[in-house]
Design a protein around this ligand. Structure first.
Ligand SMILES: [Mg+2]
Length: 353
């Protein structure tokens, strides 16, 4: 017998949580500071309710950023099932509070929270982007150039620019001299584009300043200089921020709302790069409010999500509408048998279906 609340909405009681490992290969190896990967191993999370509703989501863990290992996460299936089993998805805040305790497995927290919200939205007849606020009709994403020879980096940036992307993300951080040359040559060949340059913690504060100063003197404008130094070096980050002519963003330094609170308190950055896989939905929402109340700006990024997982960040970004830059391109480098995103994409422009 269905239980209903005072508005006639059915109780959606969680019956089971299931994890499934999914391995994807990349079209070509993706090289960033300290890591080259040619596959992405994700976990599909399905949450079922007694009433027959199903929420499907994806966790895309990162050992490099969050210390997560896929096999260890898979072993948590029954634990997570016990953790939220029997809870009502209409009271999703309570499920957020419980899953906020998954501090060492933020991608699982993200997937579970998203699956629960999908059920909530289905139950209430709305789209997930509408649930988050329905702020935007479309977003524009960048596309990323990985670390490679200078020649290949320039070629790839030109291809990206020619295929309609106006925002190009450039990975740097392994070789200061090559990085400066690569960005200078890319800027020469893609006039009119804007650049997010991401060092993925590869520089010391001094190297980071050498990098930005040389670009600045060459007349190149960098929209965002992302994570120049080691994640835990908040002082280094602040030093770069106050001496760089370009805005500085925290990515690896900004995983939870607690990190962001400390970053803001230390005046360490101009931008926070929110990734749902680092923070889950609950902390991402908290980070947005902290950033808004302190004048810090926001961008949104991704890990190795397939079309299923990137859809989560896309619907979130469309709904909250607070990001200056969208770096949501992981699905573009992954081979997939079928497209499962709840969005359409025309070059850099993405809309919800
Ligand atoms: Mg980054």
């Amino acid at each position: 017998m269905d239980q209903v609340n005072f508005r006639g909405v059915k109780v959606a009681k969680i019956k089971s949580v299931k994890f499934q490992k999914k391995e994807y290969s990349y079209w070509k190896p993706f090289h960033i500071t300290g890591s080259v990967s040619s596959t992405s191993t994700n976990i599909e999370i399905s949450v079922d309710t007694e009433e027959g509703l199903v929420g499907l989501a994806e966790a895309s863990p990162s050992f490099r950023v969050s210390g997560e290992k896929v096999d260890a996460l898979l072993a948590m299936e029954s634990f997570v099932d016990e953790m939220i089993g029997g809870m009502d998805t209409n009271k999703y805040r309570l499920i957020f509070d419980v899953t906020d305790k998954l501090l060492a497995s933020p991608s699982i927290k993200c997937g579970v929270q998203f699956a629960v919200l999908s059920i909530f939205c289905e139950e209430h007849g709305m789209k997930v982007n509408e649930f988050f606020g329905g702020a935007r009709d479309f977003i524009e994403t960048d596309k990323t150039v990985g670390i490679d020879s200078i020649q290949n980096r320039v070629m790839e940036a030109e291809n990206i620019f020619r295929s309609g992307f106006k925002q190009i993300k450039i990975k740097v951080g392994e070789n200061l001299f090559d990085d400066i040359n690569a960005v200078m040559k890319i800027a020469e060949r893609t006039k009119g584009a804007s650049y997010i340059v991401d060092a993925n913690m590869g520089y010391t504060p001094k190297m980071a300043l050498e990098f930005v100063n040389q670009l600045y003197r060459a007349g190149i404008d960098v929209a965002i200089f992302e994570q120049p130094v080691f994640s835990q070096d908040f002082e280094g980050l602040k030093f770069v921020r106050f001496h760089s002519p370009f805005p500085v963003a925290a990515d690896e330094s900004a995983r939870t709302k607690y990190d962001v609170y400390r970053l803001i308190k230390n005046e360490a950055v101009d931008y926070i790069n929110i990734k749902l896989m680092k923070s889950g939905i609950s902390d991402a929402l908290a980070i947005i409010e902290m950033a808004r109340s302190s004048g810090v700006k926001l961008m949104i990024g991704c890990m190795g999500e397939s079309s299923l997982g990137i859809s989560q960040s896309i619907l979130f970004a469309l709904g909250v509408g607070c990001f200056d830059y969208h770096d949501l391109d992981s699905h573009l480098i992954i081979r997939e048998d079928s497209f499962r995103g709840k969005f359409t994409q025309d070059g850099p422009i993405i809309r919800a279906i």
